[in-house]
Design a protein around this ligand. Structure first.
Ligand SMILES: Cc1ncc(COP(=O)(O)O)c(C=O)c1O
Length: 475
């Protein structure tokens, strides 16, 4: 019960914005669910017409009996807060007016945003409600039982050899990475890896004053370099990906950070000519490419394109993570270093738990990781298809750009409309972001307007409602 209650809080609290700590929290699960839903309908946090997840789907997400959800729904139908109709599911009733009437916005531009969104379409995390708990637990038990005593000591700063060995095999097989376990380093997330790399780049060459970055990207990744005193000039970006041909014209640049397989967040794949230009620049100048392969396993229209690192393992540092394929909460990532960077690792640099590393090693070697990724690929591909179909049916003026890959899609918007559409989306209860959040402050060219729709983030129970709210916002 403790587990299902935790899930209950996490899923409903986040996606339907129900206050579960409200009075009555000591009572039974059905009563708490009923009261929380009633409160959300009464205050207007869940707007009339909002479709609720099916009792089966919500029960599965919460890990509770379907009857518990069905009973809570039935009571609220009887009270008039919900309607249940064959074919259109269970919805907040039209007459469930907020106690304090909400002001209708004059236009999307002037609409006040709701304080807490009902549907989460923010990029960053996959649908964590489907984390493979049972398989992870099994791997964890096995790993802990088999762990040698020395695993409980400080250990190698590169991480556990068991993990580095199986990960090297996996990365070679799945991503075409030339991954010698001796060069693999386990880190606790990208920021941790980039912070190490920023310092190492400075020490590696006194002429390195900058790291080239992409026109769109995560601001806190750029910050890792600025914190080390490095500039982060932006490369241009077009439909072929980042303008790696511009690297030769930049001064003091010792490395370039690229999301080659699936540009984050704009979603283009780096064209082969641009890949070649990046490697040629690195070879010609002694620079390095830092390849951020955050979601490379998720391609839906073809086999994933192999990592850039395979072209030149001595010039490209490969970076990977469990954050997209498994869960960000694991805080496990890896870097395949070039030989000249290895000496910069401090003997005290081991940043992630040996036991989690051994568990991941077991998870990989048992085949559970492959199975999980295959299942997720299918699931996210369906989500993307749902999104494309919903837009074609209800918002045909909106174009989805970028390749069919990863955990998010970009919806192109007419110039100058991003802020207004974001306001309309927030008004519909959606947490989501636009491209402008990720634009490099000194990026060349005209800013693009677009929505980033992280279709992998919501649990199944929230997905249909999130799609409905999205097309309403775009309508
Ligand atoms: C572009 C990009 N790079 C890297 C990562 C992985 O970061 P971390 O390993 O710190 O979770 C993410 C995760 O959201 C990402 O979006």
């Amino acid at each position: 019960m403790a587990d299902s209650w935790a899930t209950y809080r996490a899923e409903l609290g986040k996606d339907l914005h129900l206050d579960l700590s409200a009075p009555g929290a000591g009572s039974g699960l059905r009563t708490r669910l009923r009261d929380a839903l009633r409160e959300a309908a009464r205050t207007g946090r869940l707007a009339p017409g909002t479709r609720l997840p099916s009792s089966r789907s919500l029960a599965a997400d919460l890990g509770i009996a379907r009857n518990t959800v069905a009973d809570a729904y039935a009571e609220l139908v009887a009270e008039g807060w919900l309607t249940a109709r064959q074919g259109s599911g269970t919805r907040i009733a039209g007459r469930a007016r907020p106690a304090v009437p909400r002001k209708q916005p004059l236009s999307a531009r002037s609409a006040p945003a709701r304080t807490t969104p009902a549907f989460n379409l923010m990029p960053g995390a996959p649908d964590v409600s489907t984390f493979p708990r049972a398989d992870w637990l099994k791997a964890s038990r096995k790993a802990l039982t088999a762990a040698p005593n020395e695993a409980f000591g400080y250990g190698d700063p590169r991480g556990r050899i068991e993990l580095r060995t199986v990960l090297a095999d996996y990365l070679a097989r799945a991503r075409g990475v030339h991954a010698d376990p001796e060069r693999l380093v386990i880190r606790s997330g990208y920021v941790n890896a980039l912070t190490f790399l920023a310092a190492a780049l400075r020490h590696r060459s006194p002429t390195t004053k900058a790291v080239a970055t992409e026109s769109y990207g995560l601001p806190f990744h750029r910050d890792c370099f600025t914190a080390a005193g490095l500039r982060t000039p932006a490369l241009g970006l077009d439909e072929l990906g980042s303008r790696t041909d511009e690297l030769t014209g930049l001064s003091g640049v010792g490395a370039a950070l690229l999301t080659a397989a699936h540009q984050f967040p704009t979603g283009v794949a780096l064209h082969p000519d641009r890949r070649a230009a990046a490697v040629d620049w690195a070879r010609g100048t002694g620079g390095l490419i830092l390849e951020d392969d955050y979601d490379g396993e998720f391609r839906y229209d073809r086999q994933p394109v192999g990592a850039l690192q395979g072209l030149d393992p001595d010039r490209v540092v490969y970076l990977g993570t469990t954050s997209k394929a498994l869960a960000p909460g694991l805080r496990l990532s890896w870097a395949v270093l070039t030989p000249d960077l290895l000496p910069h690792l401090s003997p005290y640099d081991n940043t992630s738990s040996a036991l989690e590393q051994l568990t991941l090693a077991e998870f990989l070697s048992s085949g559970a990781y492959d199975r999980h990724v295959r299942a997720k690929r299918l699931r996210y591909r369906r989500r993307r298809d749902d999104l494309v179909a919903a837009l074609a049916a209800h918002a045909p003026h909106v174009r989805v750009s970028g390749i069919a890959a990863g955990l998010h899609a970009i919806l192109e918007l007419p110039e100058g409309t991003e802020r207004a559409v974001l306001r309309a989306a927030h008004w519909q209860g959606l947490a989501l972001e636009g491209l402008s959040t990720y634009r490099h402050p000194r990026a060349p060219g005209t800013p693009r307007d677009g929505l980033i729709v992280a279709y992998a983030t919501p649990p199944d129970s929230a997905w249909p409602g999130a799609l409905e709210a999205l097309v309403r916002a775009l309508g």
